[in-house]
Ligand binder design. Structure first.
Ligand SMILES: Nc1ncnc2c1ncn2[C@@H]1O[C@H](COP(=O)(O)OP(=O)(O)OP(=O)(O)O)[C@@H](O)[C@H]1O
Length: 210
């Protein structure tokens, strides 16, 4: 069998006298939705921060496709193909959906002008790829929380990421939005993305993590 997409081995993280992680091991395979469950204080955020390059482990290794990687900062995690959706979504509410998806990587026309039609058309394609009909010209401020979250996912995945880490993604969603999010997660997994789904809602796990 091929190496897991992501492999964490013996991860230890201490904060002064507090041992937040004591030897965490887990593998994530392509197409898998892996739930990380735990009570408040169990160490879920610490593990997520290790995988997103916010903290470095005191001990242990992280491998991508069987190769050890150092994730010294969020940029290195992104370069390694790990995208994280934090609870505070990384979107600018006063900009439209397309502008958010291309923030910092805008498509330009000759003469140094923004190519708004090209960005909107590409944004529409990416949203439709997960069967989400959101008008790319809408302001993020006018979207529901569930729609914003999907925009954040599409944005995160546009960096060629294959590992998606989601921190309590259902916390602020309605029941219908949770269903829609789970559909999106299943579609992404079917396309080969590996998802780490952090939650303390035990009842959700059998519905989404296999
Ligand atoms: N930056 C930090 N400095 C000191 N202690 C910390 C720090 N971050 C986490 N801890 C401690 O490490 C342990 C694990 O915390 P962590 O936030 O990872 O848990 P969690 O499972 O994510 O909980 P929650 O759902 O409440 O965020 C806790 O005892 C916490 O107090």
């Amino acid at each position: 069998m091929s190496a897991p997409l992501l492999s964490v081995t013996g991860a230890v993280k201490r904060f002064g006298g507090v041992q937040a992680l004591r030897g965490v091991d887990f593998d994530l395979r392509a197409g898998e939705i892996h739930a990380l469950l735990g009570e408040n204080g169990a160490g879920k955020s610490t593990l997520m921060n290790l995988l997103s390059g916010v903290y470095t482990p005191d001990e242990g290794t992280i491998q991508i496709d069987g190769r050890q990687v150092a994730l010294n900062n969020p940029r290195e995690a992104q370069a390694a193909g790990i995208a994280t959706i934090f609870q505070e979504l990384d979107l600018v509410p006063t900009l439209d959906v397309a502008a958010n998806l291309f923030l910092g990587r805008e498509l330009m026309r000759p003469g140094g002008f923004l190519d708004v039609p090209a960005m909107r058309s590409e944004a529409r394609k990416r949203l439709e790829a997960i069967e989400l009909a959101i008008d790319p010209a809408r302001l993020v401020a006018d979207l529901s929380i569930g729609q914003r979250q999907v925009v954040a996912i599409v944005k995160a995945l546009s960096y060629a990421s294959r590992v998606l880490i989601m921190d309590e993604p259902t916390a602020a969603l309605t029941v219908a939005e949770v269903e829609r999010l789970f559909d999106v997660m299943r579609k992404l997994a079917a396309s080969g993305v590996g998802i780490v789904y952090i939650s303390h809602r035990l009842e959700e796990v059998p519905r989404i993590a296999g």
